[in-house]
Design a protein around this ligand. Sequence first.
Ligand SMILES: Cc1cc2nc3c(=O)[nH]c(=O)nc-3n(C[C@H](O)[C@H](O)[C@H](O)COP(=O)(O)O)c2cc1C
Length: 143
Amino acid sequence: MKKINIIYWSGTGNTEAMAKAIAEGAKGNEAEVKLLNVGEASVDDVINADVVALGCPSMGQEVLEEAEMEPFVESIESKVQGKKIALFGSYGWGDGEWMRNWVERMEGVGADLIEDEGLMANNEPNDEDIQKCKELGEMLAKA
Ligand SMILES: Cc1cc2nc3c(=O)[nH]c(=O)nc-3n(C[C@H](O)[C@H](O)[C@H](O)COP(=O)(O)O)c2cc1C
């Protein structure tokens, strides 16, 4: 069975709501889906998965959260050549720069991105955002 691991950081729950909707979309598609807070995830959770979704909001000044997510992403950079990866996250007042940079960064280390742009929601995901997250989950199961 296909292993899908969804690994995320979320401060106020917006990215977490996206992660849960992605998991919901992926389930029931003959996939084994694990939802992991980045604090409880290890590099093996990336290596051993067929498909990985990584979620993090825009923090600092258009960067990944620096205490847990940034070090985690650094730790997997040398392990994701050819790995099917999707990126998602919530943002506030910016224009999505953090996500553009993150996409470029993961492509730069050879990840096979499932979505070209990364899935973003402005602040709390609305119904349409949640629907897109569920669709992304289905895409992960079929990737
Ligand atoms: C310390 C901090 C820094 C932030 N920096 C940015 C930023 O640079 N650009 C942006 O668009 N939003 C920024 N935001 C807004 C968050 O991305 C937004 O509130 C998001 O919904 C938080 O997602 P979460 O609920 O998953 O933590 C920042 C929020 C915090 C708390």
